[in-house]
Design a binder for this molecule. Structure first.
Ligand code: ATP
Ligand code: MG
Length: 568
């Protein structure tokens, strides 16, 4: 079920996690220390859900005068790659956070984790098991049926030590043996039923190469890695709540530093999916151009699209943290994007679907310089000169031959204002053989220079435009939501989330005309094209061709949703 999050106001610094930390500081559970970490698995690019966790962990450390580590949870050699490590670091930096010199890897602890396993074996709390993966899962039982003990469970510590050492030496093939914790096969918590803590994988690891052929499971590595780093508050998502008793058990058996695990609800967002596995599928099957496709909910996608990192931080802060799952509205994220861009983006004029307009009474060959405001929200941004001439382009949509009621823009016989320029009046429309309007003929009123008529007459519309002789051609990529469904996973049985992909999520307009001040605009810069939206210069832009991504339109749907109650 999709639930929209209500505007909870600005008391973001007072959620249940911060309350727990304040309490721990008061009782000096960990002395005066607060140490958090962000622990990504380098098996994909970070998404906006990770941003929530990053903001939370780094901000808490900052607020309480503590530290936050970056730790790659790289225990699975088969899915992890250097490319992901680099992208994760780039994304966290771009979001505005700094792990200083605390860049760690679970793989740095492989030797220590091995030694910890030996401690468990010696205590009679772990054993080497020869059951196959299928048998282990069968023996495990279910939520309603108790598990069954493995026939290998009572091997002596000596035998287990020898076998475990042989596993490490590479004596056995993949899957032949595992090391399991010896806990309780009838525990109501399935995680406590003798979980696997080491498996044999003859695979090369992105950092340790071929040094190891046994790898710790995530469950074995995660809590101990936190402990090794002296983490005080190990903040994770709700699905780990049922793992907590296991993590506690490991730490208690080993008698090592015991971080406090706190779970919060993961972020979900409407009209998108948020699991790396599904996002990888979209990339591999080329439904998108890559992890940084501007339609992706990834941090790199949002950056490429033109979202300011401050907007993402503000969004994460506003949604806050809770104990129950919910879904934030994409419109809220866009609201924060506009909020920042409105203050920072320079205004320019560009025409997406050009319609040629000839101003019959304007002198041939004449060019005028007019003054335009760069940013009405920021007087210090100043003004610039824009060029006006006899032939201009306006937006096709801004003209209708037979305008319906409430269409106040250009039509035969009608007068409108050209932004910063003159009033023009439409005299006639030329058409091609199929009846499509190809160009307009208009007249202008020289007395209206700058945009007002001295006789006080009014017009009902102001259009953006560019001078045909001076403009440059650019490509614009207009993005719509990647999925048509609010929850793309809400599909009938047997269906696939990709069936809900939006076939119209990208519209490419290769023949836009934009004002010449945009010549050489730098990749990553965001402009407001007047009346159209915010547009960011794409990484594909070159000296020869400008490419813009529509970051977001001007219309703020969030205000509407909020005022109508915010909940569906
Ligand atoms: P995914 O399910 O997308 O593959 P993951 O949880 O496997 O994500 P990790 O790399 O293990 O990804 O996550 C790193 C950290 O980010 C973890 O602490 C995890 O709890 C947190 N995280 C992941 N997804 C979200 C989310 N949607 N909302 C909040 N935190 C998240
Ligand atoms: Mg994970």
């Amino acid at each position: 079920m999709i639930e929209l999050i209500m505007d909870t106001g600005e008391n973001k610094k007072n959620d249940f996690i911060r309350e727990i930390i304040r309490e721990d500081l008061k009782t000096e559970k960990y002395g005066k220390k607060v140490h958090t970490r962000f622990p990504p698995e380098p098996n994909g690019y970070l998404h906006i859900g990770h941003a929530k966790s990053i903001c939370l962990n780094f901000s808490i450390a900052e607020e309480f005068g503590g530290r936050c580590n970056l730790r790659f949870d790289d225990t699975n050699p088969e899915k992890e790659e250097e490319e992901y490590v680099n992208s994760i670091k780039e994304d966290i930096k771009w979001l505005g956070f700094d792990w200083e010199d605390r860049e760690y890897y679970a793989s740095d602890y492989f030797e220590q984790l091995y030694d910890f396993a030996v401690v468990l074996i010696k205590k009679g709390k772990a054993f080497v098991c020869d059951l196959t993966a299928e048998e282990i899962s069968e023996y495990r039982g279910t939520l309603t049926a108790p598990g069954k003990e493995s026939p290998y469970r009572n091997r002596t510590a000596e035998e287990n030590l020898r076998l475990f050492a042989e596993m490490r030496e590479g004596k056995y093939p993949n899957g032949a043996k595992v090391l399991r914790a010896k806990i309780d096969m009838v525990s109501p918590n399935l995680n406590m039923r003798d979980p696997v803590i080491y498996r044999i994988l003859h695979s090369s690891h992105h950092r340790t190469g071929n040094k190891w052929c046994i790898y710790p499971t995530y469950d074995w590595a995660h809590g101990q890695s936190d402990s090794i780093e002296g983490i005080t508050h190990s903040i994770c998502t709700l699905e780990f709540e049922v793992h907590r008793p296991l993590y506690d058990w490991f730490i208690e058996q080993l008698g090592i530093h015991h971080p406090r695990q706190i779970e919060f609800a993961r972020l979900n967002l409407t009209y998108t999916v948020m699991s790396k596995r599904r996002l990888l599928e979209l990339v591999e099957e080329k439904h998108v151009s890559g992890w940084d496709d501007p339609r992706m909910p990834t941090i790199s996608g949002m950056r490429r699209r033109g979202y300011p990192s401050e907007a993402i931080r503000n969004f994460c802060s506003r949604i806050g943290v809770a104990k129950t799952e919910s879904t934030a509205d994409m419109a809220l994220l866009e609201h924060f994007v506009r909020d920042i861009l409105n203050k920072s983006a320079s205004r320019v004029m560009g025409v997406m679907r050009p319609l040629k307009v000839v101003i019959d009474n304007y002198p041939e060959g004449k060019t005028e310089e007019l003054s335009a405001v760069n940013n009405p929200e920021d007087p210090s941004a100043g003004t610039r000169k824009i060029l006006f001439s006899k032939v201009i382009y306006i937006e096709k949509d801004d003209f209708m031959e037979e305008p319906p009621k409430k269409f106040y823009r250009l039509a035969p016989g009608r007068e409108v204002r050209l932004r910063y320029a003159y009033f023009i009046k439409c005299i006639s429309a030329a058409k091609d053989s199929e009846g499509r309007v190809t160009e307009l003929h208009c007249t202008y009123d020289p007395a209206t220079k700058g945009g007002d008529a001295p006789d006080g007459r009014k017009v009902k519309a102001t259009l953006h435009w560019v001078s045909a002789t001076h403009c440059i051609t650019a490509e614009a990529r207009l993005y719509n939501s990647l999925f048509v469904k609010e929850n793309p996973l809400d599909i009938p049985e047997g269906g696939n989330f990709k069936e809900t992909l939006n076939p119209e999520s990208l519209e490419t307009l290769p023949e836009c005309r934009v004002e010449p001040s945009l010549t050489g605009a730098k990749s990553g810069t965001v402009y407001q094209f007047e009346r159209l939206g915010y547009f960011c210069v794409d990484a594909d832009a070159s000296d020869k061709k400008l490419v813009f991504n529509r970051t977001v339109t001007l219309k703020d749907d969030w205000a509407k949703i909020k005022n109508s109650g915010g909940l569906k």
